[in-house]
Design a protein around this ligand. Structure first.
Ligand code: TXE
Length: 489
């Protein structure tokens, strides 16, 4: 069955191109899928444009749009097992993690469905003149290009598709070329839920080939992108000539700050999950551990001890605690960062290589790695390695902790561990990041905004602001008793 979804119909790529998808856990062929080119992108944009300009979706009442999203949530739950399996085969992540993601994905559709159905975004402006009816309404932005990465493929898609549809937009989705299957599954569910033809369109393929036309075409009003910083900069530039609205989530190099008075066991435990969850392929990964000098030796010894115990394995290995990296190229990048860190003086405390286990040799595995004695100038500290690599730096006091934490171009997330409430509040307010966790790491809820300061991005996903990204406020001024103004006699 063809896998591009354009104007409500499944289609093969015009040029007949295909791509093989391999499971990163063992290299096996998952499937061969259609690979779109610029002509398919143009057709998808045209379909979304027509559906926006003259189709029913933007004119569907908000309550009805909300109901459709709730139906999608139910369908996602119905198909959870199949979708989680597909996600795990594409990404190599553990099945339980994919199942957990699927719960969050259904919740995301429910949240935006309920939010938009509740209405209340129209605002009456009091002009003081009883003859004037002044209102601000929120309309959809138009045709949205949605480009998503491979680490949380369907979750990051849901964070865009749900609010985009809730607001009444039409879209063209381009998932990562490495992980297309759950996006295909979602299109089926949107159609089954009754979304009008052309409102949702899917093209599969490489960023430079099929992603670029989606970011430059003048028929596109908005580009929402999650991915790497370098690609984000390209997209921002590509969108500039036609002044598109943009929303960017570009990852982070997130500090996890541990003071001596932290709850020791919980802080060590969360420091591990902060960085090694999904083998570090998480935009909010706590990849920079900043630990107070007096606690450093005890804390890092215990952390290294536990990191050595983390078992690697494929999606269906029930004993595994984390999986492979997404590709050979990505593992090579992580390896290069570790090598550079060691050259620059970091001390390897564990990992720093591929596992020996013969059963893992066909996958792109890399051992959980702790680099101690790191300094702010090292590339492994500054850049997002996006692998299972923790860098450790020491600080003396609160002031130095904040300075080190903020010494990054990124500003997505950060954590602080202390039992001193005043200090927790002070540090949280001084961290330049879109999310701060106090005595925790990683949790998020669809009700709360997600996104980055500085070069971590532009705009927010989730929460009321996540819906507002996909809306244009419009001021409508109605004079109910017009009289000549005589400005020009
Ligand atoms: O991401 P890309 P890559 C970071 C992480 C990782 C690095 C590179 O540090 O090592 O990015 O990963 C599409 N125009 N993150 O190369 O290129 C591409 O096809 C339009 C952080 O895999 O950013 C895919 O759909 N689209 C991140 C999407 O962009 C283009 C998650 C993301 O790919 C394009 C993933 C172009 N010119 C990686 N080039 C996070 N924020 O969570 C590529 N794409």
């Amino acid at each position: 069955m063809p896998e591009l979804f354009i104007e409500g119909r499944w289609a093969s790529a015009v040029d007949g191109q295909t791509r093989e998808i391999h499971c990163p856990a063992d290299g096996t062929l998952v499937a061969t899928v259609d690979e779109a080119g610029p002509k398919d992108a143009a057709a998808a944009i045209e379909a979304a444009r027509a559906a926006f300009d003259s189709g029913p979706w933007p004119r569907t009442p908000a309550a009805e749009r909300g109901r459709l999203l709730l139906r999608v949530a139910d369908l996602l739950e119905r198909d959870q097992t199949a979708l989680a399996r597909a996600e795990s085969l594409d990404t190599g992540k553990r099945l339980v993690e994919s199942e957990h993601d699927l719960d969050d994905i259904a919740n995301c559709f429910r949240y935006f469905g309920n939010l938009v159905a509740a209405g209340g975004t129209e605002r009456v402006v009091d002009t003081g003149d009883p003859d004037i009816d002044s209102r601000v309404v929120h309309e959809p932005v138009g045709v949205c290009t949605l480009i998503t990465p491979w680490n949380y493929p369907l979750l990051q898609t849901a964070w865009k598709v749900a609010p985009a549809l809730a607001a009444g937009n039409t879209f063209v989705l381009k998932p990562s070329e490495l992980t297309p299957h759950t996006a295909i599954g979602l299109m089926r569910l949107l159609a089954e839920a009754g979304l009008p033809d052309g409102a949702a369109n899917l093209v599969l393929g490489a960023g430079p080939v099929v992603g670029v036309p989606l970011t430059v075409d003048e028929r596109v009003d908005m580009v929402s992108f999650t991915g790497g910083l370098a690609t984000g900069r390209h997209i921002m530039a590509a969108a500039a000539p036609t002044v598109k609205k943009i929303a960017l989530e570009l990852g982070g190099k997130n500090p996890n700050i541990v003071f001596t008075d932290a709850a020791f066991d919980a802080a060590v435990d969360h420091a591990l999950t902060a960085v090694f969850l999904h083998s570090g392929q998480v935009c909010s990964a706590g990849a920079r551990l900043l630990v107070q000098a007096e606690l450093h030796d005890r804390f890092v010894d215990e952390l290294v001890h536990r990191a050595r115990e983390i078992r690697l394995g494929g999606p269906f290995d029930e004993h595994a605690r984390t999986g492979p990296l997404i590709s050979a190229a990505h593992r090579a990048k992580v390896e290069a960062y570790v090598a550079a860190g060691l050259d620059e003086g970091a001390v390897l405390r564990c990992g720093g290589r591929r596992p020996d286990d013969p059963a893992l040799q066909n996958g792109y595995y890399y051992l959980p790695t702790v680099l101690d004695d790191c300094t702010p100038g090292m590339s492994v500290v500054r850049d997002e390695s996006f692998g299972p690599v923790l860098t450790v730096e020491q600080f003396r006091d609160e002031e130095e902790a904040v300075l080190l934490a903020n010494d990054t171009v990124y500003g997505l997330a950060g954590g602080v561990w202390t039992t001193d409430e005043g200090r927790a509040r002070r540090v949280a307010s001084r961290l330049r990041a879109g999310t701060v966790w106090i005595n925790d790491f990683h949790p998020y809820v669809p009700q709360a905004e997600w996104g980055g300061m500085k070069q971590s991005g532009v705009g927010r996903e989730l929460g009321p602001a996540g819906l507002a990204e996909y809306q244009e406020p419009k001021h409508i001024w109605r004079n109910t008793a017009p009289t000549p103004q005589r400005w020009f006699a």
